[in-house]
Design a protein around this ligand. Structure first.
Ligand code: NAD
Length: 472
C-alpha cells in the first residue's frame, strides 16, 4: 500500500514543490527519472488501496507520481499526464474535419473508490470545480459501507431500420421475422472480429409504428453484442447491410439505418449501503442526513425540474470518466436521459432509500454504451493512459465503474444540498479563481481568498483591490 507520507518521495520533493517547474521539458524529465527510481509498481493482483488520504494536499507532480506508480505507468505514459506529450495536431487532424489545433482540459483523479472489492483510481476530465473532490468524498463514505456493488448486461446495442411504403406493416413484420436467421448471419458477416471475440448479432425484433406524421412504418431492431466497442460503427454497418434484404422481402423502402442511443439492453447498475453514523455532521445526526438525502431523492423522483438538476449531477461524474477515456459523452447523455424518461415522465436516474437498519441505500441503473476499443479510445494518448489507470479489462467493467462514479457524484451533491448547501465549498473555489484572475499567487493568493470569504465579498473587483492592498 502506498504511504501518504511525504518522505516516500524524497527524489521528487527535492526538485518540485511548485508544479510550475514542470512546464520546462528538462524539469519534467528530471521528475520522470525520479519516478522511475522509486520502486517499480506492483502487479494488478497486488493493486494497492485507492484510499489515499491527503492526496489533494500534494503538489500536481507528486499526485502524478503517486498515480504513475499506482498504475504502473511507463515513462511515455507519464509524459502524457504532464502534458509534455499527448494529442498532437497531426493526430487530431485524423479525428475530425477542419482541425486548426487542440484543446486541453484538466485531468483529475478521484480517489477512494472500492467497487466489487477492487480498488480503482478514477481519471476524470472536467472543467467544473468540486466534481473530482465530490466523487472522492462520496466514494470514501461508500467505502465505509463496504464499497459499491455493480453488475451489467452483455454489451448489446440496438440498431434501427426504418421500413416505409409497405402494404401492411404487420404482414411486413412477419416477413422480416421469417428470415431472422438469415438476417443474423448476414449481420455477422460484416464484422468477423467481433464474432470471433464472442459477440455479434443476437436477435431481431419488429416494432410497428402505426401513428406517425409520415403514416404507418415498421421499425426493425437488430440486437448486436459489440463486446468491448461502443458499437456505433459496427451496428450501423450491419444495419446498412441488412437494409436491401429487408426491402426485398417486404417490398418496402428503407429510410434510416442507425443505432439507437437508448441502449436499454446494455444497462449497468451500481448500488451502495452506507451506515448512518458515517454521514453524521457536526450539526446533524446520521439519521437526519439519511432522511434529508431520501427527501432530496423524493423531490427529484416527483419533479422533472428537480430531476434535470439531480441527473446533471449524476452525469457530472459519468461524463468526466467518459471524456477521460475517449468515449462519446453525447451518446452516454442521450441514453441516460432517454432512459430516465422511459415511463413517459422524466424522473430521477438514481434511487435513494433507508433500509430497516437506518442505512442509506442507493442505486443507479443506466444504459452505458462505452468502449475500450474503437472511436478515440485508442487514438487519443491521454485516453489510453486513463484506461490504464482505471485498469479495466472490458467495456462492461468500464460501464460499471462509470455508474459507480455517477452514483457517488449524485450522493456528493444531494448530501451537500441536504446538509450545508453547496455554495460554501463552491464559493471558496470561486474566490480562488477570482484571486488568480486578479493576479495573486502563492501566499498572497491564500490571503486574498481568506479575506474575501471573511468579508462575504467574493467579487473580482474586491479581489483586485485586495491584491493591491496586500501587496502594498
Ligand atoms: P470502431 O468501429 O472504431 O471499432 C469497433 C471495431 O473494433 C469492431 O468492429 C471490431 O472489428 C474491432 N475490435 C477489436 N477488438 C475488439 C473488441 N475486443 N471488442 C469489440 N470490437 C473489437 O468503433 P465503434 O465502437 O463501432 O464506434 C464508436 C464510434 O462511433 C464513436 O466514435 C462514436 O462517437 C461514433 N458514432 C456514434 C454514433 C451514435 O452514438 N449515434 C453514431 C455514429 C458514430
Amino acid at each position: 500500500m502506498l504511504a501518504a507520507s511525504g518522505d516516500l518521495w524524497p527524489e521528487l520533493i527535492a526538485f518540485e514543490s511548485d508544479s510550475r517547474v514542470l512546464s520546462t521539458p528538462s524539469a519534467a524529465h528530471l521528475y520522470i527519472d525520479a519516478v522511475q527510481r522509486i520502486k517499480r509498481p506492483m502487479s494488478d493482483t497486488q493493486r494497492p488501496s485507492s484510499r489515499l488520504p491527503g492526496f489533494f494536499k500534494r503538489s500536481l507532480a507528486e499526485r502524478a507520481a503517486i498515480v504513475s506508480q499506482w498504475a504502473g505507468l511507463e515513462t511515455d505514459e507519464q509524459t502524457v499526464l504532464l502534458g509534455i506529450s499527448g494529442l498532437t495536431p497531426n493526430q487530431a487532424e485524423h479525428m475530425i474535419e477542419n482541425v486548426i489545433g487542440t484543446y486541453t482540459l484538466p485531468l483529475g483523479i478521484a480517489v477512494n473508490f472500492l467497487i466489487n472489492g477492487r480498488d480503482y483510481l478514477i481519471p476524470m476530465v472536467v472543467e467544473e470545480a468540486s466534481v473530482v473532490a465530490g466523487a472522492s468524498y462520496a466514494a470514501r463514505l461508500v467505502r465505509a459501507g463496504g464499497g459499491f456493488v455493480t453488475s451489467s448486461d452483455d454489451p448489446v446495442m440496438i440498431g434501427q431500420i426504418q421500413v416505409l411504403d409497405v402494404d401492411d406493416v404487420y404482414v411486413a413484420a412477419g416477413q422480416v421475422m421469417a428470415i431472422k436467421d438469415r438476417l443474423l448471419a448476414e449481420a455477422n458477416s460484416r464484422d468477423p472480429v467481433i464474432v470471433e471475440l464472442g459477440g455479434g448479432a443476437r436477435d431481431v425484433e419488429v416494432r410497428p409504428l402505426m401513428e406517425t406524421p409520415a403514416g404507418p412504418m415498421l421499425i426493425v431492431h437488430l440486437l448486436y453484442d459489440v463486446r468491448d466497442a461502443m458499437g456505433a460503427n459496427t451496428v450501423n454497418t450491419a444495419c446498412e447491410h441488412l437494409a436491401p434484404i429487408i426491402e426485398e422481402v417486404t417490398g418496402g423502402r428503407v429510410n434510416l439505418r442507425i443505432l439507437s442511443n437508448l441502449a436499454d439492453r446494455r444497462l449497468a447498475t451500481a448500488e451502495c449501503t452506507i451506515p448512518p453514523d458515517v454521514l453524521a455532521t457536526d450539526e446533524l445526526s446520521g439519521a437526519d442526513v439519511v432522511r434529508g438525502i431520501v427527501e432530496a431523492y423524493a423531490f427529484a423522483a416527483a419533479d422533472p425540474y428537480r430531476a434535470a438538476t439531480h441527473n446533471k449531477g449524476v452525469m457530472n461524474g459519468m461524463d468526466a470518466v467518459c471524456i477521460a477515456t475517449g468515449n462519446d459523452w453525447r451518446a452516454l447523455e442521450a441514453g441516460a436521459h432517454a432512459y430516465a424518461a422511459r415511463s413517459g415522465r422524466y424522473t430521477s436516474m438514481s434511487e435513494w432509500w433507508a433500509d430497516g437498519e437506518g442505512n442509506l441505500c442507493g442505486r443507479l441503473k443506466l444504459p452505458v454504451a462505452v468502449g475500450m476499443v474503437g472511436g478515440a479510445t485508442r487514438v487519443h494518448p491521454t485516453a489510453r493512459v486513463a484506461l490504464k489507470i482505471l485498469g479495466v479489462s472490458s467495456a462492461r467493467e468500464l460501464a460499471e465503474v462509470m455508474v459507480a462514479v455517477g452514483l457517488a457524484q449524485n450522493l456528493a451533491a444531494i448530501r451537500a444540498l441536504a446538509t450545508t448547501g453547496i455554495q460554501a465549498g463552491h464559493m471558496r473555489l470561486h474566490a480562488r479563481q477570482l484571486a488568480i484572475a486578479a493576479g495573486a499567487s502563492g501566499e498572497l493568493l491564500q490571503r486574498v481568498v481568506e479575506a474575501m470569504i471573511a468579508e462575504g465579498a467574493i467579487r473580482l473587483d474586491r479581489a483586485q483591490e485586495l491584491v493591491k492592498e496586500l501587496r502594498g
